[in-house]
Each structure stands twice: as structure tokens, then as C-alpha cells.
Design a protein. Sequence first.
Lengths: 494, 182, 401
Amino acid sequence: MNPLPLNLLPPGADYAAVMPLLWAFAAAVLVLIAEMFWPYRSRRGVGWLTIAALLAIAVLGRAPSEAVYFGPIALDGFSGWCNGLLCLVAALSVLMSLDTLEVNGVTRGEYYPLLLFAVAGGMVMAAATDLVVMFLGLETMSMAVYVLAGMGKARRRSNEASLKYFLLGAFASAFMLYGIALLYSQAGSTDLAAMAGLAGEGGTSAVTRLGAALLLVGFGFKIAAVPFHLWAPDVYEGAPSPVTAFMATVVKAAAFAALLRSVLLAMPWVAGELQTPLWVAAAATMTVGNLAALRQRSLKRMLAFSSVAHTGYLAMAVVAGTSEAAAALLFYLAAYAAMNLGAFAVMMLLADRGRPAENISDLAGLGRARPLAALAMTVCMLSLTGIPPLGGFVAKVSLFGAVLDAGFYTLVVVAVLNSVLSAAYYLGVIRAMYFDDADSVAAGGASAASRVLPSRPALTVSILLAALAVVLIGLSPSPLLGSSLRALASVAGF
Amino acid sequence: MSELVFYLLAAITVLCALGVITRPNPVHSALFLVMTLFMLAVFYIILEAHLVAALQIIVYAGAVMVLFLFVITLLNLKGDPDEPAHPLLRIVAYAVAATLAAGVAIVLMGDAGVVPGGAGAGAVLAEGFGGTRALARILFTDYLVAFELTSVLLLVAVVGAVVLAQREPVAEAPLTETGEDA
Amino acid sequence: MQAFLDTLLGDAAGLERQLGYLAGMVVFGAVVVFGFVLPFAGIVTWAERRIWARIQSRVGPNRVGPFGFLQWLADGVKNILKEDIIPTVADRPLFRFAPYVVMVGFVGAFVCVPFSGDLIIADLNIGILYITAVTSLVVVGILMAGWSSNNRWSLLGGIRAATQIISYEIPASLAIFPAVLLSGTLSMQGIIGEQGAAPWQWHMFHSPFTLLGFGLFFTAALAEGNRTPFDLAEAESELVAGFATEYSGMRSTLFFMAEWGNLYVIGALVTTLYLGGWQVPQFTYNPVLMNLAQVGVFMGKSLACVFFMIWLRATLPRVRVDQLMAMCWKYMVPLAMLSVLGTATMMVALPNGSHTLRMATFAVVVGVVIRFAFKVRFHLKRARKLDYTSLSPGASQGLSS
């Protein structure tokens, strides 16, 4: 009986590469335990602890100048950048939820540790250089978010959202695993480094293409791309609002980060071999999202479809498959997270116990009642439309430009037309805030202007922070754009 | 000889899998699924992966499916209570599923190395292949990260299950049903 | 087994040799199942009734054959000849199939029972895991039986049994690991090979942690076998006969055979993992004599375990469902973890083991057993002084003094 070697580390492993993940998981477990002993009355303290942990991880998760590896986990510029994005956005969404959890029916303190687990899973996705590890990160994140979506336990809508998301998510995972298995059968390894070699003389084998396609189907579910978007509106609407905001930003960013590293960068042949289906999916996603968003009366549903539409824009980067497009995608993710969080935060400002205030008509009169919040909402809506000089505009310009450079003229034309279309419903929100007469909309006097809104300082701060971020990104995009370019440049072999 | 055995077992497995999706009674479906999973364990044995086969039976046939059966028998479902889907929709669904299955089958069949007797058939197994020692060695070296991540995933699942399943303690301020069918 | 077959097969090679091995295993398997397992299940029912009767100051079955020994055969013949009733509302295919699933799960375990150094049907390299896997099929059969009977008691009994089995599978599997860790193998013969013939060389006495593991495994195995004090699945007063309520004739006999035969499987597992298996000192180089001695030792140890289980059943009351679950999840699972981690720590701290610790653990156990024996003897002696026939309701003083 010869004993196993006690040194189990893979060769060349550096603990520095996994430290951010270990910190993240440690923080999640710590908050989980702290929450158990925290006095019920001052539960908010757990939230502050979570925010502190997230900010700390954002700092600790920065990449060293030289990329380090621990087996299938890489800490390079890319994962460092994604760590920062995920943690900061998650911290902002926690800040938003401090005042609004109870109003949205979330009574259990496990909200915070689960959210931290989701962020940690997202960090794994961005750092994984192995499909199996990437998948495990995805599952860790998804598992936490399935539960988060059902945290409003007393509400049937929330239960439905959780179940729907879970079932369809499990379905998507099955697709993804099948794809990974087929790719493994061809490459003989799940390592991303082996995937690039799958395109030999005369293109890839049919099995490889099938595997990549199934993998993309799995991602399609997670990012809510047409035709796999059908869960998105119901789940976004049913989930408690802070969770919806988290899903629309952090989860989407993590899914795109994984898509970027494991498909766009590791399998450069995908963009060529599967160009037509990807092209059609991207165009269909933005069109369907925008057309459906036009018809919505519920602000939450409208934002859900708007999120689908933005997935379409983001997916163009995958079609283009160039490094400029990938960098623009990262930049777009950051800008999109800021403006979307702002929009959700304003919506949550209106919610009250017994009145979710999730319709566009609920915004009527907000311009007079809460001018600052209305201004922030205006900024976010204009940015989502892509009006200069806001963050959304710069993001769209850089993304569309990169796709144009790659030679997809028609796709960009479709995207621009879609942006024009989207203006209709984004501006509709602004009209409701400033020009709709509050009393005529709701005879019951339930609109924003005629109610005393509860004071929610943390939420107000987060609205301002989000709006400020949108404006800042728009006015001086170069630091962020530069950092996203550097992040991509650091990924080995690209 | 071994190919004949393989095809025989494969046919049984596919029939069981078909049973899972065609039986109207959920208990029968679940039991067919147990059979399918059991047959998969037999394939692992044929592939000399004895440990995986045992784990497959312990985890899936012995634990996971029993929990499924639990819930189904407790609910005592008698077939699908919902109205059947529109016949046209059914036809479309079957057609799409059949096309996809055929497509996958054609792609896989067309590629040597995936079918038995293909490129991998003559491979020589390493000493101790499929045994506990060999599996443990790669599990705790090459797949160390994946292994540890799996434990995190299970932890998240446990926390989530408790959150969703635990009855709420009577809250200080009773919850009002809000947002219902607004 | 392989070595024995090698001598038989001579110089046959290739496919013929493989077929020879296969035939040998099948023959030995058939001998084990029909010559030992099935009669054993019957004989245990007789033994159990006799032992209970003795413990409860009764006589027990003593009419058929010497000491009533053939009672089990009479019962078996009666059961087989009975009408096999299938309720009209039952789910027929599942109802008929369920007893066989249970039987397969139970008989399959015997493939890996090491009766002696050579007598084992197949010494799989995943032996103990194989047994865990095969016996876990029993749950499926029980749920099938409970559900397909279409009877409330059956369903509740089936669900209770299944809950209990899958819950206790966790401490049971965890408590296997101390022995597996010490042996460095999952093979049954390998685990026995790492132990010695002397009691202090058994895994049970390696350290306090393995002693704990032994206790947990025995308890959890009892619960997995639905034995008293954990026989809630067939709590007669609540659930008639649990999942077997609607069964009659041959099919119900199959269930009961699996249940009583399972006693031996538990005994054999405990013996293999913690009690040194068939280990005897090397007193002769004659393989036949050696094997006979080994079979004798193995049988002795496992039958002692069976006796202990019967004794427990006659002594202990049944636990409640909530107690059952609380005991499993709140106490046994953490303790089993402690046992595994403790054993692993011991192995790292003392790579060659500690003879002192072994002897100390052994001494403590022997001390406890001797104390217990004295206590039992004391109570037996005192009880004999009382003349129960003369006791009247007013004269119960004698009992408490």
C-alpha cells in the first residue's frame, strides 16, 4: 500500500490565484454564521457587513501584474477586472436592498450570505480556465439565485419565479453539460487550452460544432437570449425587486464573463463556424426584447424585456468575435449595470408595504414629489436609450463600432434601429414622471406625488451613486475603457 | 460478443428512458428512471469504472430517486391532472424533439471515435483503472478545485433548501399578502 | 476463491478460464443463497422466538421437531401454500414486482460476504461500497410495495421505512470509513487482512474513535434494517404491518425473509469491518482446515451479533418518529463525522498506531462488559428468589426492595 502524495497541489500552483475566491467564500460563510447570531431587530447590520466584505473582496481580488494560476483557476487581468465589477455592483445592490427587503417580502437574513455565494460563484466563472470548473461556478451562482428569487416566501409570485427559474435553469444546465461532454469527447480534456485546438485542417468536426452549440444554448438561457428568454419576464417580475436588480446586473455580467472567457477567447472558431445562428439570435434577441418592452405597463416587466434587448446588443460582440468587441462588451456590462441598478432603485423607492408600485403609472408625479430621484431616473432612462453624453451612449458607440469594424453592417443597422425603437418606452417613463397628472392616473390617490414616501436613506444614496456612475462613465469613459482593454490583453493566448 | 451485450443493454436503457417520458403515471416514470440510472451503472461496470458504478447506484438509484418517489407517492398524483395540450402543439413538440434527437444521433454516428468499436476501442487501460485509488488520485490532484467547489455548491444547496423549506417563525409583524395578482 | 478455482481449472486458459471462474462463482453463489441464506432467514425466526420466550419467561415454539426447531419449515410451507391475494385497487405490476426488488437488494449483498479467506463469491475491489449500493435498492422495493398496495397504512409504512433507511444510510456509510481508512482499501478481504486474530488487533479497538465508529455503525445498521428499537415501519399498533400489509402468501414471505436474513448481513458487516472478520492464528498449513476454522470464527462472531440484535429486540421499546430522526441527524451524523475525522487524525499523528492505546481501549471495553455481566448476573439471581406465582397486587414490595 503506497500512500498518496501529501502534496496535492497541481504543478505551478500559486495560492495567490485562488485567494480572492477563498476570501469570497469565507465572507459568505462568515456572514451566514453572523446572521444566525445577529439580533433580529438590527438585521441591517448584516447588510453593512456584507457590503464591507464585498468592497474588501473587490480590493483583494485585483489582479497582480503577472497572471497567476492555481490549476484551473486563473487570476489575470480579466478575472481581476470581473472580480471588481461583480463585487462593486453587488455591493451597490446590497445597499439598495437594506431599506427595501421587508417591503418586498424578504424576511429571512439568509439573503446576504446567499448573495455573497452567488457573487463568489460568479467570480469562479470569470476565473475558470476549465469548462467543468466554470460549470460548477455557474451552478453555485445559479443555485443561490434560484433561492434568492423565492425569498419572498409569502408571495405566490415569488414562489412561481423561483420554481420557474430553477426548472428552466436546470434544463439549461443539462444542455450545457451535454455540450461540455461532446467537446470533451473531441478534445480529450475539459481544459480551455485544449479547445482552441479543436479547429484543425478544414474546420471543426460536426460533434465539436454540436457541442459548442449546446454550450451556447446553455449560456443563452442564463443571459436570456431569444429564443431562450421566455423565463426572464416572469422571473424578473416575480422575484423580490432587490433580487431582480441583482439578477439583471451581477448574474448577467458573470454569465457574459464566462461566455467571454470560455467561448469567445478559448474557442475562437465558434464565431466563424456558428456565425449565422449567432447572428440571427443576436438580432432576434434585441428585436423581440424591444418590441415586447413597448407593450408593457409594468415597469418591472418593461425592465425585464429591456434587459433581454440589451442581451441582444451584448451578444453582437460574440458574433463579431474580435478583441475590440470583447473589450467593448466588458465596458458595456459595467455601464449597463450602473444604469439598470439606478432604474430598479427608483422603482423600489416607490414601493410600500402592501403596494409594490411596479407599474409605470405609479411613477406619475414623481418629478414634483421627488425631483432628485426623478432626475436620476431620467439619467438612467436616457442612458439606457443611448443618449449622449451618458454612459449608455459611450458603451453603445464603442460596441457598435467594434462590431462594424468586424464587418457586420446589417447587424449594426438592426441594432441602431432597435435603439431608436427602445427610446419610445424609455422616454415613456420620463413622460410619466414629469408630465402625467398624478390625480388623473390613479383615482385612489396612490401615485408618487400624493403619497408620503417613507424615508429610505440607503436607497437614496444608492440611487445617487448609480446615477453618478452613469454620468461619470459617460463623461470620462477612457479609464474604464482602457482598463477593460488591458483586462482582455492579459488573457493568455489572445 | 461484448458488442452484442452492449447493444442489448443499450436497447434496454433506451426503452427504460422512453418509459420515463411516456408513462402517464408519475410513479411509473420515476421507477423507469431508477431503472435507467441503474442501467447506466451497468455501463460503467462494462467500462471498468467500478467505483463510479457503485456511487451511481448509491447516490442516484438509492438516494436521489427515493426522494423523488417520496414526494410523488406522498402527493399521490394520478396522472396529469392538467388538460392535455392542444393536439397541434403536441405534434409540433414531438416533431421538434424527434428532429433534434435524430440530428444529434446522425452527428454522433457520423463521427468515428464516439461509436463503440471506433477509435477508442483498442485503448489499453492503466493498472488499477476505475479503482478507488486511481480515482482518488486524480480527484485530489487534477480535479482538486472542482472537488472543493462541489462542496461549496452543496453547501449553497443546503442553505437554500433550509431557507425555502423551513416554516417561518411567527413574525413580529404578521406579513400581509401583498402583490397578489395585482 | 480464485486460488481454489485455479487448482480446479488446472491449465485451462483464456476464455475457458474466465468461463470457469464465472461458473465457479455461480455455483458457489447458488450454494450460498439456497443452502445458507434462505434457510438461515427461516431459522433465525425460530431462534428469535425461542430467545424472546426465554427472556420473557415463556416457552416459545416447541412442538415441531426437537425444541420446535422445524417450526420455521412448517411456517414456510404454510405461507407458500397460502393464496396470493392481489387487491383489485393495487397497481398490479408494481405490486408483484416489489418483493423481488427487495430480495435482489438483500441477496446481492452476499456476493461480498467473506466467510473465510477463500470462501467469498467475489472479492470486489469496491466491496463495502458495493454492499451499500446493492442494499440501497431495498428502499426502492419498499416504496414500490407501499405505494402500489394503494392502502394508507402501506403507503405510510413504506414512506416511514424509506425515510429511515436513507437517513440512517448517512451515519452508517460514515461509520464505515474509520475501518476503511485504517485498511486503506474498500475490499472486504483487504479490510479483514489488516486486522489480527487477537481481539486488540481488531479495528474496533484501534482508538476510541473507531470504538465510536463501531457503535454508530451497529446502531445505524439496525435502523437501516428496520429492526427494533427502530421498527417504526411496521409498528403493528399504528400501521398494521406497514408496507407489507396487503401482501400474503409467498410474496409476504419474501419480505420477511429479506428482513430476517438482513440480520446476518448486518452481523457479517460488523464482523468484517470492526471485529476482525475470519482472522484466526495460523495453526496449520492445511488450507481446508484453515478455511474451516475461519468459517467457524466468522460465523461465531456474526451469529453473536445476530443474537445481540435479537436480545435488543426483546429488551428495548420502540422509539418515536421524531426521536428517530433527531437521533440520526442531531447526534449520529455529527458523531460519525467525529469518528472519521478522529481516526484520520490518529492515523496522521501516530502513523504506526499505538499499542498502548489499543490495549487501553480494549481494557476499557472488557471492563464495561465484565461490569455489565456482573450486573446481569446480580439481577438474574435476585429475580430467581422471587416466586412470581405467589405475587399478589398487594405484595409487590418484593420487587422494589
